[in-house]
Design a protein. Sequence first.
Length: 204
Amino acid sequence: MEILLASNNEKKARELEVILAEFDLSDVRVILLRDAPTYPEPLEDGRTFVDNALIKARAGVSNTGMITLADDSGLAVEELNGCPGVLSARWAGSHGDDAANNSLLLEQMAHVPDDRRQAAFVSVCALVFPNGEEYIAEGRWDGRLLRQPQGENGFGYDPIFVPNEEIENGGMRSSAQLSPNEKNAVSHRRKALLQLAPIIGQHL
């Protein structure tokens, strides 16, 4: 079986492959967008993570005929009523400007006390089959916002997010200070993918 991952992110592909192996599904081949028939990138204009994940997964199926898995993810800050949310990648205006996004969010939260800085990384994964079957899974990685960036690993809001697991163990490392293995073991995307792996197995 081949599954199209609606992304060109090799780290996401590897994460999916590791989880599939845990379910004895190593024979499932994960295909990145660059290795699939080309098609126009869909406009991600949904209001929720679910909307955008489905937009990407449905586009993959309709244009390639392949089983498609897509995720949409971002940071949800309680004090900001769940924002940046689906706007996480372009919170400061330009898409993918991590430094600007982090700077703006820290500025907006500057006067918020530590006991109200709760946040969570959220990942929604959509699995769509050519026969019309659709499955949705959500994973959350809870923590809180730091007051300044820490660490060089990761991307996005990793440098200003400290996971609850770290706090509970008496530490204050940001997710950008965790090793890839530490992060992948508890990440929001992993939690979502774990829910979909058995469904993939049922369709072998």
